[in-house]
Write a protein that binds this ligand. Structure first.
Ligand SMILES: Nc1ncnc2c1ncn2[C@@H]1O[C@H](COP(=O)(O)OP(=O)(O)OP(=O)(O)O)[C@@H](O)[C@H]1O
Ligand SMILES: [Mg+2]
Length: 229
């Protein structure tokens, strides 16, 4: 059973009289433990697709199953539970809370899960250590480099043991050396923990870390590229 299965998914927006079809009849299946990339020009529907996969948005039509469960039929609470328990999110601009330190940022998803303080702390420190930030627990985002902030965001994404990490341009704000570090962390999470990774990127060199690239054009999958090795 695929962890993510989209069957004829479309998403359109109505802007006054104008209908924008951001996604048109998307079919794709991602197995647990796969690492896939989504590429395409600006406006081709990459973020729209990732937001649907991440249960942050709902399709206009089509069937979406995550871990065998039908997403279109779920209510807001169930969607929130899926996001909190199955998924981890990483964004281009990190989305950390500026007034919280690294440890507190990472603890947040566990607070929503109702975990006690001691357990939260233990798991958050472990997550930060696993991305090499054991020495930065009490730094606020403004006291960290871009790469370090993104590593905090990754720690926050993995602290709840998600099955899938969804990343929208995770290296878009980083230089190439730092981007490589982030990709090495993704590879490690994928290989060693079997976390499924779905990443959106503009850069071919980043897309190549995946096993497969979905090329989007005008809201459609134009081509699927399998990466050797
Ligand atoms: N909330 C919205 N209302 C109306 N149109 C939208 C909305 N969100 C996205 N769109 C339109 O849907 C299309 C796809 O947008 P999307 O953000 O998915 O593109 P993208 O591939 O992620 O682009 P980029 O590389 O610039 O991030 C665009 O034409 C965009 O203008
Ligand atoms: Mg986008």
């Amino acid at each position: 059973m695929p962890i993510v299965r989209l069957d004829n998914i479309s998403r359109s927006y109505k802007n006054g009289q104008v209908l924008i079809e951001a996604l048109k009849n998307i079919n794709l299946s991602i197995e647990e433990g796969e690492y896939v990339s989504i590429m395409g020009p600006s406006g081709s529907g990459k973020s729209t697709l990732l937001n649907i996969i991440g249960c942050l948005d709902k399709p206009t039509s089509g069937i979406y199953e995550i871990a065998g469960r039908r997403v279109e039929k779920m209510g807001d609470n169930e969607l929130a539970d899926i996001r909190n328990q199955l998924l981890g999110f990483v964004f281009q601009s990190f989305h950390l809370l500026p007034d919280l330190n690294a440890l507190e940022n990472v603890e947040l998803p566990l607070i929503y899960r109702g975990l006690g303080g001691r357990e939260r702390r233990r798991r958050s420190i472990e997550a930060l250590e696993s991305v090499g930030l054991g020495q930065r627990l009490y730094h606020r985002p403004s006291q960290l480099s871009g790469g370090e902030q993104q590593r905090v965001a990754i720690a926050r994404a993995i602290v709840g043991n998600p099955k899938v990490i969804l990343a929208d341009e995770p290296t878009g704000a980083l230089d190439s050396k730092t981007s490589e570090t982030i990709m090495e962390i993704f590879c490690k999470l994928n290989k060693e923990r079997g976390i499924t990774i779905v990443q959106v990127t503009h850069e071919k060199s980043i897309a190549l870390y995946g096993q497969r690239i979905y090329h989007l054009l005008d809201g459609k999958i134009e081509r699927v590229e399998n990466i050797a090795g």
